[in-house]
Ligand binder design. Sequence first.
Ligand code: FES
Ligand code: FES
Length: 173
Amino acid sequence: MGSRHEIELVVNGEARRGTAPARTSLADFLRDTLGLTGTHLGCEHGVCGACTVLLDGAPVRSCIVLAVQADGHAVTTIEGVSGPDGRLSPVQEAFCQAHALQCGYCTSGMVLAAQALLDECPHPGRAEIDEALGGNICRCTGYVQIREAVEQAARAIGSAPAEPVAEEAVAHD
Ligand code: FES
Ligand code: FES
């Protein structure tokens, strides 16, 4: 039996810990150890983007990142995107409004990739959107609505009044 490694990380603003063999992927650790099954697995080879999460704010394919590599880092999964009251984020809302999902299998990865883009570039052009999401495969939508959703989210975020960050956002328990 291989040895297990202690992993401590911050997931969606909450300190989490667990143990895993060295070869466990971050995706499997999130899903199987932490119970965060919103991260989807498609190809498990770093190709489809379904498993995209944010590692210290940057999008990564969690099927090809080892859980031990995330030790000491901050991870955002789709479960951490909506508000503490369950309200959808502007990106999630825009995906609904623009009909940017059908089966939803790619959607958590798409939303996180889009969020990372908008965090870095609040007013992306089409080329930037296509570049940021080009590695995320969707078998259903044809991508046009996904691009529209990102544009809608950018407009919504740009026109939203500045909101103070709620202290209670981290008060889960
Ligand atoms: S499941 Fe990770 S890139 Fe496809
Ligand atoms: S909505 Fe079905 S794969 Fe994208």
